[in-house]
Design a protein around this ligand. Structure first.
Ligand SMILES: [Zn+2]
Length: 293
């Protein structure tokens, strides 16, 4: 049972083809209002945010394709118009699965340029090929550093800081409402971060992105993690510090001249209480090992 749960969680996170057979019938999309006109939506896959008002509806990430009708129903339930803009925090299938539908409906999809590049071509995940997405699913407005939307009285910054989870991670910040969607740079779930090395992920970049995001926040900032319940700056700082300390330990082992196998066997992360989740300590050690110089 435990193994099944983990496999399901893994499929939810990476949007692997195995998920095509996954049954989404029982998934409920739930909304939590953060400020007037901005809500977070939870379902299966990456957390979504909806920003709505007189100028139209903006959806940040769109989970898996089979959930699209439920996502649309949840948007309607908020009193929002149909989705006019989609922003993808990164290319992974549990954050972009609804793109094709929304793109065909006429929504304008925004993302970092590497999101379009990766979605537009076959990608490798270990031995597994993740096929290119159809044209309609691809972002049509791409950027290198960021873009700012002036809609519904909000100033919404979509910022590429430096990636880390992949090479195309954006955070989304509502300046006046003091809300930040972190995408998968931040997991508020058991286990360790996912550094997708095949997608240009890099632990040093992740730390840089986290530090820069934290510097934009204050103690009142509402922080939306890529996965898991709502959070705040204090929790994000604790997360960043745990990762930083873990990197220091793994780097010290690497510098000492041991092999990766020996480093894993030394169990350098056992004193952390991060629990068991999608990414366990052994796998994370490998990510760090292959990221640091
Ligand atoms: Zn991801």
């Amino acid at each position: 049972m435990r193994k099944q749960v983990l496999t399901f969680a893994a499929a939810m996170l990476i949007g692997a083809p195995a998920v095509a057979q996954q049954n989404f019938d029982d998934v409920k999309i739930t909304a939590q209002e953060l400020e007037a006109g901005v809500s977070v939506l939870f379902g299966a896959g990456g957390n979504m945010a909806v920003s709505h008002g007189k100028d139209g509806t903006i959806l940040i990430d769109d989970q898996f394709a089979p959930l699209t009708p439920k996502i649309e129903a949840a948007v309607t339930e908020l009193g929002a118009d149909p989705v006019h803009y989609v922003i993808n925090t990164h290319w992974h299938g549990d954050h972009t699965g609804g793109n094709e539908h929304f793109g065909k409906q006429g929504a304008h999809i925004f993302a970092h340029e590497n999101v379009r590049v990766r979605m537009g071509s076959d990608q490798m995940r270990g031995e597994q090929v993740i096929a290119a997405s159809p044209e309609a699913a691809l972002p049509v407005v791409t950027f290198e550093r960021g873009v700012t939307l002036h809609l519904n009285g909000d100033t919404i910054d979509v910022l590429f800081i430096g990636g880390g989870h992949t090479d195309g991670d954006s955070i989304v910040r509502w300046r006046e409402k003091n809300i930040v969607h972190m995408g998968d740079l931040y997991f508020k779930i058991p286990g360790w971060p996912y550094v997708d090395l095949n997608s240009g992920g890099d632990i040093e970049n992740m730390l840089f992105s986290l530090d820069s995001a934290i510097a934009m926040m204050d103690s009142d900032t509402k922080v939306i993690p890529g996965h898991g319940p709502m959070s705040d700056r204090a929790e994000l700082i604790a997360y960043r510090n745990a990762i930083g300390e873990a990197v220091t330990r793994v780097r010290a082992l690497k510098d000492s001249g041991v092999t990766l196998e020996e480093a894993v066997a030394a169990r350098p992360l056992d004193s952390f209480e991060r629990g068991e989740g999608f990414i366990n300590a052994d796998r994370f050690i490998g990510f760090v090992w292959n990221s640091v110089d």
